[in-house]
Design a protein around this ligand. Structure first.
Ligand SMILES: Cc1cc2nc3c(=O)[nH]c(=O)nc-3n(C[C@H](O)[C@H](O)[C@H](O)COP(=O)(O)OP(=O)(O)OC[C@H]3O[C@@H](n4cnc5c(N)ncnc54)[C@H](O)[C@@H]3O)c2cc1C
Length: 423
């Protein structure tokens, strides 16, 4: 049974890995000449298994005006003459209820815990060196109101199996001395010992090498121009200079998935949320935090990657505009100075990067079958694609294998796939 995976980001590659282990013959196609060149390449590097609460939750409504209109806001909405943007915004607001946010959190935690169980053995078994470190994660809060909301979330998540601790300001600095100069700007933090960080680009490159060694075919530098479906069945994908045939296709094209899905008559509620990152070389005087840090005031994350620190942040809703304004990079440098005490002037060495999070309004990725027979989706992982990749890929491979086993008895998927179904 031949499977075509469209997209060689972290989602497409892990999908190929688990499909191949299920015995499928896999081809991965990507328009870039290398793997992991989309949102996966320079992301925040955090494996945030316990911080999966969606952006769409009730308190975001009250914060929206200040987030959208404040100068240097981490959240930017640039209105466009684009129905997809407005539709996405309306669905986001509709999803921002307490009930939906809690249901989403519960479903995402199951997927995140599955991913946590899978990723470390995968990295070890495949001898992938990607600066993986289970150093924990500390999220620091600027005021009593945001810390109280975090406390309520910790209490709720404890009922779902999360092990997290609330720390005072002093305990935050004790846990992470790099925060010493920032102590007067925080009131406390949430500490999660089991969270981790790793370089997603290195993971993608080495996983692709291992897959190639096992016979997975890579069609790189080939853009899929359209998907072909006839009589409700997937038929093939047109690529520049020809077409690729397969029995099954998994669309894993990140924020570009909606355009291809439209060819098959599917509307995907995915919008690109742009973000930026820089990478600080520690050897040149940047401080090295021992754990991942998220500063809620600035919505910026810091992740240790071997002898480097990845600093990432901002959410811009303005289509696929790949320009990198200097002001955004300066703001990340300023955050590194203020929050973790960066001293050296590293402006020429920062490898500025931007990427597009493939976000659904609810925060739930879409994993599984579609009304088009033979066409599956593994898309819409938003701010959490690296965190959720391994679990999403295993779930998708189990769903495909279950559907293709023609009456043979198969075990049900490891977790309930229904919250992630395409509707
Ligand atoms: C600034 C920032 C920080 C982030 N931080 C974190 C973090 O700390 N932790 C975390 O878990 N997640 C984080 N994320 C989110 C995470 O990076 C994404 O959710 C994840 O990379 C999505 O992976 P993907 O494989 O779906 O998409 P991508 O990595 O974008 O891959 C999609 C691939 O499809 C290919 N493609 C698209 N269209 C076509 C076509 N027509 N033909 C052929 N190929 C095509 C693209 O070239 C691309 O390679 C962050 C994202 C950003 C932008």
């Amino acid at each position: 049974m031949r499977v075509l995976v469209i997209g060689a980001g972290v989602i497409g590659l892990t999908t190929a890995y688990f499909l191949q282990r299920q015995g499928f013959e896999v081809t991965v196609v990507d328009r870039e000449t290398g793997v992991g060149r989309g949102a996966s390449g320079g992301n925040g590097a955090q494996l945030s298994y316990s911080y999966v609460a969606p952006l769409a939750e009730p308190s975001v409504l009250a914060k929206l005006p200040s987030l959208l209109f404040a100068r240097d806001s981490p959240l930017v909405f640039r209105p466009r003459l684009e129905p997809a943007q407005w539709l996405w915004g309306m669905r986001f607001l509709a999803a921002a209820t307490r009930e939906r946010a809690r249901a989403t959190t519960a479903a995402l935690l199951k997927l995140a815990f599955l991913s946590r169980d899978l990723i470390e053995p995968l990295i070890a078994d495949e001898a992938i060196t990607c600066d993986f470190k289970r150093g924990g994660k500390l999220v620091v809060y600027p005021d009593e109101a945001s810390f109280a909301a975090a406390r309520a979330q910790v209490e709720y998540q404890a009922t779902l199996g999360c092990e997290q601790m609330l720390l005072s300001r002093e305990l935050c600095v004790g846990r992470e001395p790099a925060l010493a100069g920032y102590a007067d700007r925080i009131v406390g933090g949430v500490w999660t010992p089991s969270d981790a960080a790793a370089d997603c680009a290195a993971f993608c490159e080495q996983l692709a090498d291992r897959l190639r060694d096992r016979g997975v075919r890579f069609e790189l530098g080939r853009e899929v121009s359209s998907l072909r479906a006839r009589n409700g069945r997937f038929e093939g994908a047109d690529v520049d200079g020809g077409s690729l045939a397969a029995d099954v296709c998994v669309l894993a094209a990140g924020s570009h998935a909606p355009r291809l899905a439209r060819d098959a008559g599917l509307r995907l509620p995915i919008y690109p949320l742009k973000g930026y990152a820089i990478t600080l070389p520690v050897a040149r005087g940047a401080p090295l935090p021992g754990c991942s840090i998220t500063d809620i005031r600035r919505k910026v994350v810091f992740a240790p990657l071997g002898a480097r620190v990845r600093v990432a942040g901002f959410v811009e809703m303005a289509g696929h505009d790949a320009r990198i304004p200097q002001a955004r990079i300066d703001a990340l440098v300023a955050a590194a100075r203020e929050v973790i005490g960066l001293k050296a002037d590293l402006r020429t060495e920062l490898q500025p990067w931007c990427g597009f999070r493939p976000a659904t309004p609810s925060g739930l990725p879409i994993i599984g079958a579609t009304p088009v027979e033979g066409l599956y989706l593994n898309v819409g992982h938003g701010t959490l694609g690296w965190t959720l990749a391994a679990g999403s890929a295993k779930l998708l491979a189990e769903v495909v294998a279950g559907a293709r086993s023609f009456g043979t008895l198969r075990a049900p998927p490891t977790i309930d796939p229904r919250p992630f179904a395409f509707t």
